[in-house]
Design a protein around this ligand. Sequence first.
Ligand code: NAD
Length: 497
Amino acid sequence: MTLTVILPKVLAFLEKQHGLYIQGQWKESSGSDRLTVFDPATGASISSVPDASLLDVNQAVQSAKQSFDSGIWRGLTPCARERVLLRLADLIERDAEILAQLETLEQGKSITLSRILEAGGAQNWIRYVAGLSTKLTGKSMDVSIPLPPGARYTSFTRKEPVGVVAGIVPWNFPLLISVWKILPALAAGCSVVAKPSETTPLTLLYLAQLATEAGVPDGVFNVVTGRGTSAGEALVRHPDIAKVSFTGSTPVGKRIAEICGARLARVSLELGGKNPALVLADADVDQVVSGLALAGFLNQGQVCAACSRVYIEAPLFDKVAAGLAAAIGSMRIGPGLDEATQINPVVSAAHQAKINAYQQTALEKGAEIVWGQDVPENGGYYVRPALVLNPNDSLPLAREEVFGPVMTLTRVRNAEEGLAHANDSRFGLAASVWTTGLQSAIDLPTRLQAGTVWVNSHVMIDPNLPFGGLKDSGLGRDFGTDWLDAFTETKSICIRY
Ligand code: NAD
């Protein structure tokens, strides 16, 4: 075991009596309720944050609205905003180890993943989106209809920030997804009220204080911690929230869409997935096994784009199944702070119970399961990794988003049968095709019902590539060169001269 030594600054942050982050400073909540933060590796309480009241939410939105109306941020030149956001990325680089350790302590994931994907990813995405501040452009156009002689008009469009944005964040990548929800809004000139998951609030609070240090003006970036059903919903219902940028589960996303629909607030939804892989008989087995072991078990499968269903053409089924069984059998299970482990606790006791219940039902229905190593029994939220072979399609574990270290492997006669299975889902977030054939590599991605399709890879997520879901997996796209469009309104200006 090679346990990472926890930094004194991390211990100090855990011990701090956290408040809400409003108007560039820590504020006491108007209520006294607090939410406990647990270490998933032990089940011990490690910190707490306020459970924000309605009054707190109103205060945070008011602070954001005032900063927006004053023009203190949106009125800056785009390159001035870009410079502040680049400074924020540098501060994350400076404090990367603190952020990575906080992430592992509150979320459970491997410290290596926290370093690379959370602290490292946050820097990459911020540097990408900061550059978009200066690329927001409208168009100029001539009049397209007949005009009386002598009438002269010229028209152009501008992209203007939409207003105050609510960024609502889930628990699986708390720092990275906070960046995805908040930074494009800031780059576009919006002010923000962000809400982390009640389970993993710490790194977003840390990010907010870094934003102030980087030069984001007071009131532009506010954080309320609290329950989704109270603080989260109050935020979504608030008439001064012009746009909700949400990442989370499909049921909550649908509820938010209803509330936003009723008051015509803008909304983007990045929701759940049940992401398939199609493995063709001509695929490179070693590439399939290493790629899918990562895609299914990274972060204990708590990845929206994780591969959880694999359809394998018959000639390759036994080889791929044996390779994946060996891969999960070799994954060492332990606390995220132990760099020698590959499987770590899931985020909470409730989530552990939910995944265990899916596995139990599968067992009771007679499913054939290949298990990974035994889990430690020390009060930590560990779940044993599992491969479920040729499950009945009606098994809940085969159809619903488990969001855990569980993957189904199904033998299919040919690619068409695999494709039919893959598309037979209410989700449509991501998928992959594994083949050495040029024709399949080009044809199958166009026929898969998913927002992103990888070939000979899975979970390769890049800020330059738009990401989002079809069907129950969401509405709108994050990332890409047009990312800021979702945080702007297009204004048309027509001038007679
Ligand atoms: P969740 O929907 O339970 O919670 C997400 C956030 O919404 C939390 O901050 C929560 O407090 C808040 N919330 C809950 N109820 C609310 C309400 N009524 N009004 C406003 N806010 C509310 O999701 P989770 O369990 O934290 O995260 C896991 C889910 O997120 C999975 O379904 C996963 O697929 C999805 N996810 C999707 C993507 C993507 O890009 N598509 C990325 C990561 C996670």
